[in-house]
Ligand binder design. Sequence first.
Ligand SMILES: Nc1ncnc2c1ncn2[C@@H]1O[C@H](COP(=O)(O)OP(=O)(O)O)[C@@H](O)[C@H]1O
Ligand SMILES: [Mg+2]
Length: 583
Amino acid sequence: MKKKKNIAGRFLVLLKPYLFLSMALFLVITSISTVDAFFTYLSKIIIDQGIVAGNKQVVSDTLRLYGCIVIGQALLVFGLISLSGNIGERINRDLRKKMFLHLQKLSVSFYSRTPLGEIMSRVTSDSSKISELLSWGFVDSCWSGINIIVTMIFMFRINWELASFVLLLLPFMLLAAIFFQKRIIKHYRRSREVNSDMTRIYSENISGIKTIKALVREKKNLDGFNVKVGEMYKASYRAAWYSAFFLPVIQIIGSLGLGFVLWYGGTRSPETATGMTIGSIQAFVSYLFFMLWPIQELSRVFASMQNALAASERVFALLDQKVEIQDLPDARECPEIKDSIVFDHVDFSYTDKEMVLENFCLEIKQGTTIALVGATGAGKSTIINLVARFYEPGKGQILFDNEDYRYYTMASIQSKTGMVLQDPHLFNGTIRDNIIYSRLDASDEETMAAARGARVTDFLGDLEKGLDFEVGEGGTHLSFGQRQLVCIARILLANPEILIMDEATSSIDVRTENLIQQAIEKVTKQRTSIIIAHRLSTIINADVIHYLEKGRVVESGSHEDLIRKKGKYYQLYQHMELTEEVV
Ligand SMILES: Nc1ncnc2c1ncn2[C@@H]1O[C@H](COP(=O)(O)OP(=O)(O)O)[C@@H](O)[C@H]1O
Ligand SMILES: [Mg+2]
């Protein structure tokens, strides 16, 4: 219950800047409903005082009034639609801004444990459900509620006895409508869920067709698909079944009411206190049908509310997601590192279960290149994640020139580090856009120099527009190696103090690797560099090589030292030499 209140409170916060607009909207809705109900009342006057009484003047006067009101009503409807659309879009805009800002603040750890699809559905469909609920949900429920109230008032004016009868029936009609709507929406939602499952199965079957054929999985996959098709049929059929039931039930209720009104009005003389004129009977019948629509509408909003509330909870949960790594209140700019980066007895784990680093110590001297080698899962990437402060140590500290790096701002630390990762990331745009992404104020000469340094120029000649070649989304118009070179050019241009390379050459052919190798040598010169590589050529030149095993450094030294030692690195080296000869 507290949760619900909480959500209502947060809705109010979202609506607060548009309080005035919302009040205007409420006024417009009330006016529209009143005018709607008044139309029927006018026809009662035309029938009773005009047609039945034979007074043509009343007919033409009332019709004139009718015409004026129609124009007013048209304006009101315009106001209603534009106002509610406006409020909805404004809330949508506010939410989008808030979420984008928050997503940028969230730590890498959040992204590593939250599936991308989940985040995307929250920022797109869930957030628009909130604005829809706050605009159209509000409009529909107000409109329907006010419609029912105003209609009841007019009914009471015409005949209080009959109106009381309708008032008694009202809750039952609403409950019946909600009963059906809830079920329709439930099954409809289920069918959409199954539909997205089916889409996934289709796409996996199409993209993985070779594997499926090779493993002769067709029969099994078909069986799995058939189960989903069956579920889809069931859910859709039930939704259709309830819909098919719903309308006739509402019609029967309406017709029963109609019969009752005709019997009641028809059997009483118009002159008695509870008697009705022809116009009154006609108006009452109109009102009765007039009320059926808002009842359906209200029940629909009610039933779909749960859906929208669930979506809102997901959006608010995202906005409430704690930013795990934040600057300390008095964090300073990180000055240039003159001496070293030191891991001082660092403990670290991603989850509560398993420690990745325990009591880990490492010194990286300024200006040197260190290489980290070791089996997959040894903790190499974890170390660089910690250096870049994507994560922070659990225990112990990381010292930049003897000062815990937590005293420095994240932005100043991250602007010191340039990373080239295994999977080069390019943004949609030209090669030039991607290179200057790291330094927007770079001149053309500087950009060209970076491109030359990273050997991007070697393949630019093959592209029709050179630096202005569009790389496509994720850089798909370039080969993998070319993308990596563009990333290196980006780093060269940024000229960071610390260079980090995590298996930047592991999925690249030998020729491109040679290019990248030359680019790397250029970048690592005169700079603190941490390199993780599977390829020997990249490692040999490092000043110090650290061999890691299960989060511990078991051997350190230069290539020659470690070869002489004939330990673990020596074994790895022999193995690597063998495989690289094959390549
Ligand atoms: N985001 C993560 N969440 C949980 N565990 C992780 C995560 N990243 C890595 N690990 C675990 O931490 C250990 C070290 O991983 P990592 O540093 O990536 O190894 P390496 O780069 O040497 O292959 C592994 O056991 C891995 O399963
Ligand atoms: Mg790794």
